[in-house]
Design a protein around this ligand. Structure first.
Ligand SMILES: *Cc1c(COP(=O)(O)O)cnc(C)c1O
Length: 379
C-alpha cells in the first residue's frame, strides 16, 4: 500500500524526548520549547513565536487578541480547514467567505474589497499547499480599511512570500505541527506575533488568562487571573520531538521539492493533452511543497481516478468540502452556487502521496498508474 502520509523520524526525536523527560520539566515552556521558539524566531526573522497546542489554538488566540466581538465580520476563503472559521465563530463573530483563484487555490484578493463593510474587522488569508497568497495586494487592502491580517499559515511553515517567511507578514501568523504537516510533533502549533502590541496579552491568554509567565520570570511574586484565556501551552515532550524535526527543516523541504518536481515533470504530458491540470506556484512564492495536487476535468473523472488508484493500492485523497456548502455553512446562510471556483475545485481536486518515506519506485508507480488510467480505456 502506498500511503498518503507517513511520519518521518529517527533517533534524534527519541533522544530529545528522553532528555525532556529526564529534565523532569514536561509541562510547557521548558528547555525544548525555548529552543524551538528561538530557532523559529531566528530562522524566520519573527518578532515573537509562542508554541501552542495546535494551529486551531493559535487561530483561537488570534481571534481573542484582535478583540473580535459579537457580529464582527472576518473575511476568509471557504476553501480551507474548519479551524479558520471556528476561531471566528467562537467569539460570536461571522466568517464571510470569498472565492479562490483557480490558478493557485488561494483567496481571490480582487473579491475581498466588495465584502468589506463597517462590521469587517479582519482578513484571514490561508496559504494553501505551502503556496503564498498575494500578500502585498492583500495587506494594502487591509491597511486601506484598517483591518487586521491573521495569516493561516498552518500548511506553510518554512515557505515564503518574496523574501519574507509566511506567518511573519500579517499582524499574527498561525502554524501547525499536526501529524499531516511538513514538520510535526503529532499535535502542535505556533503563534507568530509580528506586532509588539500583542506580546504581553498573548502571554496571558496562552496561560489561562493569568500572568503566570511573568511570575516564572521572577517579575512578580504571585500570579493571578487578569484576562480571558485557556490552556494553550504545548508540552515540552512534544517540543522535544518537534526540535528534532525542525533541525532538519531545509533538508525536509528539499526532499519534498524533489518529489513534487518528479510528479510535475512526470505528469506534464497529461496536462498538455488537456486531461488534467497541474499546480502553479505564483512567481512571488517559494513553496514548502506541502501538497501535490492535480485538477481533473470533472468530478466523475476525479472519483474514477481515485478509485482506480485505490485498486492499485495508492492512497490519493481530496478535500475540502467547502465551508459555505457544509451543514454549518448553510446555518450561516450560505448555499451551493455562492462561490463557483471553490465548488469546482473541491469537486475536481485530487492530492497525491507526498512524504519522506515515499520511494522513487513508488512515485513512478503512481505516475505510471495515472497514465494507465488515461490510456487504458476511453474515459
Ligand atoms: C491543518 C490546518 C489547520 C489546523 O491545524 P491543527 O494544528 O490541526 O489545529 C488549520 N488551517 C489549515 C489551513 C490547516 O491546513
Amino acid at each position: 500500500m502506498v500511503f498518503f502520509n507517513k511520519i518521518f523520524y529517527n533517533d534524534k526525536e527519541l533522544r530529545y524526548i528522553k532528555e525532556a523527560i529526564e529534565s523532569s520539566k514536561i509541562s510547557g515552556d521548558g528547555l525544548f520549547s525555548k529552543k524551538v521558539q528561538n530557532l523559529l524566531e531566528k530562522k524566520f526573522k519573527a518578532k515573537k513565536i509562542l508554541l501552542v497546542t495546535s494551529a486551531s489554538a493559535a487561530l483561537d488566540m488570534a481571534a481573542i487578541l484582535i478583540n473580535l466581538e459579537l457580529d464582527d465580520e472576518v473575511i476568509m476563503p471557504s476553501f480551507t480547514f474548519v479551524s479558520t472559521a471556528n476561531s471566528v465563530l467562537l467569539r460570536g463573530a461571522k466568517p464571510v467567505f470569498v472565492d479562490i483563484e483557480s490558478e493557485n487555490l488561494n483567496i481571490d484578493v480582487d473579491s475581498i474589497e466588495e465584502k468589506i463593510n463597517s462590521k469587517t474587522k479582519a482578513i484571514i488569508p490561508v496559504h494553501y499547499a505551502g503556496h503564498s497568497c498575494d500578500m502585498d495586494k492583500l495587506v494594502q487592502i487591509a491597511k486601506k480599511h484598517n483591518l487586521r491580517v491573521i495569516e493561516d499559515a498552518a500548511q506553510s511553515v518554512n515557505a515564503k512570500y518574496k523574501d519574507k517567511f509566511l506567518g511573519t507578514i500579517g499582524d499574527i501568523g498561525c502554524y501547525s505541527f499536526h501529524e499531516t504537516k511538513n514538520y510535526t510533533c503529532g499535535e502542535g502549533g505556533a503563534l507568530v506575533l509580528n506586532n509588539e502590541f500583542f506580546f504581553e496579552r498573548a502571554e496571558i491568554v496562552r496561560e489561562k488568562g493569568t500572568n503566570r509567565s511573568k511570575f516564572f520570570r521572577g517579575e512578580i511574586d504571585k500570579y493571578t487571573w487578569i484576562d480571558v484565556g485557556s490552556s494553550f501551552v504545548l508540552s515540552d515532550i512534544l517540543a522535544a520531538f518537534l526540535l528534532a524535526q525542525l533541525e532538519r527543516m531545509d533538508e525536509v523541504l528539499n526532499r519534498r521539492k524533489e518529489i513534487y518536481n518528479t510528479y510535475y515533470e512526470g505528469l506534464k504530458n497529461l496536462e498538455k493533452r488537456g486531461v488534467l491540470k497541474l499546480p502553479k506556484i505564483p512567481h512571488y512564492s517559494s513553496s514548502n511543497y506541502h501538497i501535490f495536487y492535480i485538477l481533473l476535468n470533472t468530478e466523475k473523472q476525479r472519483d474514477k481516478l481515485m478509485n482506480f488508484l485505490k485498486k492499485r493500492e495508492i492512497q490519493a485523497l481530496f478535500h475540502y468540502i467547502p465551508l459555505h456548502e457544509s451543514p454549518m455553512g448553510k446555518k450561516l446562510g450560505y448555499k451551493k452556487g455562492d462561490l463557483p471556483v471553490t465548488e469546482k475545485i473541491s469537486r475536481t481536486i485530487l492530492r497525491l502521496p507526498l512524504h519522506l518515506r515515499l520511494s522513487k519506485d513508488e512515485i513512478y508507480y503512481i505516475i505510471d498508474s495515472i497514465y494507465e488510467f488515461f490510456t487504458s480505456t476511453r474515459r
